[in-house]
Design a protein around this ligand. Structure first.
Ligand code: SF4
Length: 424
């Protein structure tokens, strides 16, 4: 992190207690400046799709900060297609927390959350969000929408925020098993969400618009499938931050024209990319510690180590029935590999490791993410039984004070050495 960003973060942190409005203004100005920089000065290491998504993600984070009255705080797996249909901009936990880390303000917000009573063991992404809300820096959105998928922190964080702000809150309960009853149950909740969105956004919910969004989503998914097909035989330079940015396109912006453009550019870049060579191909599980300098050396634009994808970016690549958007979204939510028993996620990882010809898998145990921590050993066993060496790596995707950097790097370096030796 540059010294300018460090100082900028300190300036914001100092304003949090006495002048949260100023802290917000500084945050917005910082992101605006960063967007300008990303647009004007192009980082030569980045491919076109990576430059594009860095600007799009920036816009997606800053818009709800600038226009909270037309925004919603959401969980990563929320059906944002329905929000886009009524012009509500989603702000999601992991995205905002990472952006607050990127501007070096994570510490103050984690402290604020812990002073508020949030336990130290809680997921750091959620701690940062809660800290930024209770310190009155994040402005009050119009509503809160979350699912119960994957993340047990969902059930407490979003209730805490709605109590603090006194704003409408909608939770979609996603059962662990997909069957006819579960599909009907989730669909009926989505129909209630439609009424909730109409009432609280003051926009008439247009089903035609939602169908257009679903159509665009199908086109994006078709492109994304082609991208994976190309990636199975190609080699493309990647980095942890770009892989995290991809979550914007695969989740909260899915169905928008901007996200579709991302998949078009990604496909173009992959067509131009060389065929896969001798580099060690790594499949990543869960979020990435994009801020960690010591791991950047290995994973960012390294010609001998290829970061293929993180599984958050292939958790719900599902074709949608455009004629019945609510049933289609219900099916997508119930098919998410993060839901249900752990085997669903492990089997998808195995399928993708085979398909993308991975050499090894890194299972990142994000601090406080009980769902991921709980599945670590079973997934490792499943993957290793099929011949994929798997490293379980404990770390923190956004709290830099919460990692044992030396230990992580030693483990990671040893793992890469083993893979390289096995590859000859
Ligand atoms: S890391 Fe886990 S607990 Fe934290 S926000 Fe993501 S899914 Fe939820």
């Amino acid at each position: 992190m540059s010294s300018i960003i460090k100082k900028y973060g300190q300036l914001i942190s100092k304003s949090v207690d006495n002048n949260p409005d100023r802290a917000l203004k500084l945050l917005i100005a910082g992101y605006d400046l960063n967007k300008l920089k990303l647009t004007i000065v192009s980082d030569k290491k980045l491919s076109t799709h990576q430059r594009y998504i860095s600007v799009l993600s920036n816009k997606s984070i800053n818009k709800p900060l600038k226009n909270p009255e037309t925004s919603a705080i959401v969980s990563m797996f929320a059906p944002c297609e329905m929000l886009h249909a009524v012009g509500i901009s989603p702000q999601f936990t992991e995205g905002l927390a990472c952006y607050l880390n990127g501007i070096n303000t994570q510490e103050i917000f984690i402290n604020k959350a812990e002073q508020y009573g949030v336990p130290k063991t809680y997921c750091s992404y959620h701690k940062i969000l809660i800290g930024a809300v209770v310190s009155n820096v994040v402005p009050k959105p119009k509503m809160i929408i979350n699912t119960t998928l994957a993340c047990d922190a969902n059930n407490t964080t979003f209730r805490t925020l709605s109590d603090k702000w006194h704003i409408p809150h909608f939770t979609i309960d996603i059962p662990g098993r997909k069957n006819e009853d579960a599909l009907d149950y989730v669909k009926s909740q989505l129909l209630s969400l439609k009424d909730f969105l109409s009432q609280n956004s003051k926009e008439t919910f247009s089903e035609d618009k939602l169908k257009e969004i679903i159509k665009c989503e199908n086109e994006s998914i078709a492109l994304y499938r082609e991208c994976f097909e190309l990636l199975s035989v190609k080699s493309i330079s990647n980095d942890m931050t770009s892989e995290m940015y991809k979550i914007f396109s695969t989740h909260i912006l899915m169905g928008t024209k901007e996200a579709k453009k991302y998949f078009e550019i990604l496909k173009d870049d992959l067509i131009k990319a060389p065929l896969k060579g001798d580099a060690t191909r790594i499949l990543w599980v869960h979020s990435l510690p994009f801020w960690q300098e010591s791991l950047k050396v290995f994973l960012n634009h390294n010609p001998s180590i290829e970061l293929l994808a993180c599984d958050l970016n292939f958790d719900m690549i599902v074709e949608m029935d455009e004629s019945d958007p609510y049933a289609a979204i219900a099916n997508k939510l119930l098919s998410n590999t993060m839901g249900g028993e752990n085997k669903r996620r492990s089997n998808k990882l195995l399928e993708m490791a085979n398909y993308l010809k991975a050499d090894g898998i890194v299972y990142f145990c994000q601090w406080g993410c009980k769902h991921t921590l709980g599945g670590a050993n079973e997934t490792k066993q499943i993957l290793e039984k099929s011949g994929y060496p798997t490293l379980i790596l404990d770390g923190d995707g956004c709290d830099s004070s919460n990692v044992n950097d030396g230990q992580m790097v030693t483990k990671f370096a040893a793992f890469i050495e083993i893979l390289e030796r096995e590859n000859g």
